[in-house]
Design a protein around this ligand. Sequence first.
Ligand code: HXC
Ligand code: NAP
Length: 275
Amino acid sequence: MKNFLDFSDKTVVVIGGTSGINRGIAELFARHAARVAVASRSQQKVDDTVASLRACGAEAMGFSADVRDPAALASGLATVHEAYGPFSVLVSGAAGNFPALLTQMSANAFRAVIDIDLIGTFNVMQAAYPYLLKPGAAVINISAPQATIPMEAQSHVCAAKAGVEMITRCLALEWGAQGMRVNGIVPGPIDGTEGMQRLAPNAAIRDAARDSVPLRRLGSPEDIGNACLFLASDLGSYVNGAILPVEGGWLQSGAGGLGRMLATLARPGTASAEK
Ligand code: HXC
Ligand code: NAP
């Protein structure tokens, strides 16, 4: 019987793959025999991740690049292509987040998140396109509940991730004809990650987030990695343009009113802080 989750002889590239959820995704592909390349800004984080991927028994490499720098992405991806050949899987997950009400943000603060999440996704898609396996590549963009659930203190992230989901759906059309599939994943609140540290920095908010998930647990990077394996394998060969929630049903509860709690963090002493 065919093992659909055997990624040997396949090249998987994870942009923003050096911590948290995306690193978990990279490690899962490594454990399924893929050749894995990761990229992010910090050379130290790239080196650490490559070492851990090799410890999983995988061929691995990485490069340092800011997704806001198309030239750095292009040259790093060219190096990966030269070493590992066409990309069977591309995961794009670099993102920035901090809780801030719109009136507390400078234009530069708003722009920073748009530049990393939204323009960064555009840059990654454009720089990787020449190297994607045609036909056959699977592209996965990492979104967030903010793309569809409006949240206080998250206008920058909501706007950026909504755009990421639309890029994903548009590329499913543009690239589908070339035999490539483009999908998105919406992680729920994932335990132990930078995102949760920033948006749920104390036990009260973390517990409230967990209790608002219908399954009553926080997610793990492996939960998201498993969904990536499905989307990237032939098991998902007729899935294109889907935005797959992997969140224990959290979207059904409007992400548990996280935005209201964030407003209290962003501006202590306001009416919402006193509730
Ligand atoms: C208001 C803030 C701010 C804050 C930064 N800024 N933090 N404004 N409140 N808390 C402002 C700065 O003052 C600056 O504006 C502008 O934002 C850019 O900041 P820099 O530090 O110069 O930018 P940069 O070095 O590029 O860093 C980007 C960053 C940073 C987003 C600000 O936090 C970062 O690199 N984050 C990456 C890791 C991360 O965020 N991971 C979590 C992803 S979780 P001025 O006007 O002063 O120049 C996620 C979803 C989680 O995406 C969902 C959970 C449910
Ligand atoms: P994280 O640990 O902060 O991971 C972000 C990754 O992107 C890191 O490898 C970081 O490395 C890299 N990165 C950040 N800015 C970059 C830039 N400008 N250019 C290149 N790389 C950059 O975050 P996380 O919490 O695991 O979140 C990962 C993804 O899941 C994000 O897309 C996030 O929106 C999404 N998400 C997270 C949660 C959650 O609960 N955590 C929920 C929903 C969605 P460097 O610092 O080295 O650049």
